[in-house]
Design a binder for this molecule. Structure first.
Ligand code: SF4
Ligand code: SF4
Length: 275
């Protein structure tokens, strides 16, 4: 099995799920019974030996609770990072709604993606396992995630021992924006997932060397934010953001979401042009 095979499986599986089933209530909200929620995915590959993984233990990166690939899986050789971008229709809807109103298209896409992604990684792991290699999906290792978080009680929300966005950065998918998303060639709005494996796969080249290299500091994400949680001088205020995102449950409970900062901005469709 090659990288090309894994990319193709990911693309085909995503295409087959891009039109998700809609409840009658959601059909009424969206005004349609058929909508494409996902764009074609991006897949990046990293080496489990990449020295950047150790650097994620720094307090200014993920933190000392970060667990590197070889601690998730002994003899790990590769890390696969997958980005499922939301469709242009989802981004457009969220951008078109008034500043403090979140489009149901995005809320549905965000929440529906969880079961879809679980199925996708299950499929990829199965294919890799069939070739005799082991796999671990850190974000599914609930017991280890919880025990790592418990050590940092009081800061539970921000102390995960794994960070999909940092993994995507290491695997060459893109660099950070000040909205704290990863700016990929398909924008920043979507979901990331990753797999650690002992299957040898050649690492992709990173076309950047700085954490925020693709961000032009244009400030557009801050102007879009209904919570005023982003500035070019201070970056993103996670608490302000999280309070606003929680408030969207009033309308959509049990669903929720925002991501206004990633729609209708220069990095919404790809790497922005330098100013
Ligand atoms: S909108 Fe501008 S400042 Fe904000 S993350 Fe994108 S490029 Fe950076
Ligand atoms: S998700 Fe919403 S509240 Fe949070 S920073 Fe982005 S625009 Fe602001």
């Amino acid at each position: 099995m090659t990288k090309h095979d894994l990319i193709n499986i990911t693309k085909e599986f995503t295409a087959s799920y891009s039109h998700t089933p809609l409840t009658a209530e959601m059909q009424a909200l969206l005004g349609t019974d058929d909508m494409c929620f996902f764009d074609e995915p991006l897949v990046g590959f990293g080496s489990a030996d990449d020295e950047l993984f150790e650097q994620l233990k720094a307090p200014e990166a993920v933190g000392p609770q970060f667990i590197p690939p070889k601690e998730w899986l002994e003899n790990a050789k590769s890390v696969i990072s997958i980005f499922i971008p939301y469709s242009e229709a989802v981004k457009k809807a969220n951008n078109t709604y008034p500043k403090a109103e979140i489009a149901p298209h995005y809320v549905h896409a965000k929440n529906y993606t969880v079961p879809f992604i679980n199925k996708l990684v299950e499929k990829l792991c199965l294919e890799i396992n069939k070739k005799g290699y082991s796999t671990v999906v850190p974000s599914s290792e609930t017991a280890r995630l919880k025990s790592a978080m418990a050590v940092f009680e009081g800061r539970k929300a921000y102390t995960s021992p794994w960070s999909e966005r940092h993994i995507a950065y290491i695997c060459g998918l893109g660099s950070f924006g000040i909205h704290k998303g990863i700016i990929t060639e398909k924008g920043a709005l979507g979901r990331f997932i990753s797999i650690v494996t002992d299957m040898p796969l050649e690492a992709d080249e990173r076309h950047y060397s700085e954490l925020y290299e693709y961000c032009t500091m244009c400030g557009a994400c801050g102007r879009k934010c209904p919570a005023e949680a982003i500035t070019t001088t201070e970056g993103k205020d996670k608490v302000k953001c999280s309070v606003f995102v929680d408030s969207t449950k009033v309308k959509y409970a049990p669903l929720y979401g925002c991501a206004k900062c990633m729609c209708g901005v220069p990095c919404a469709k790809g790497r922005p042009k330098k100013r």
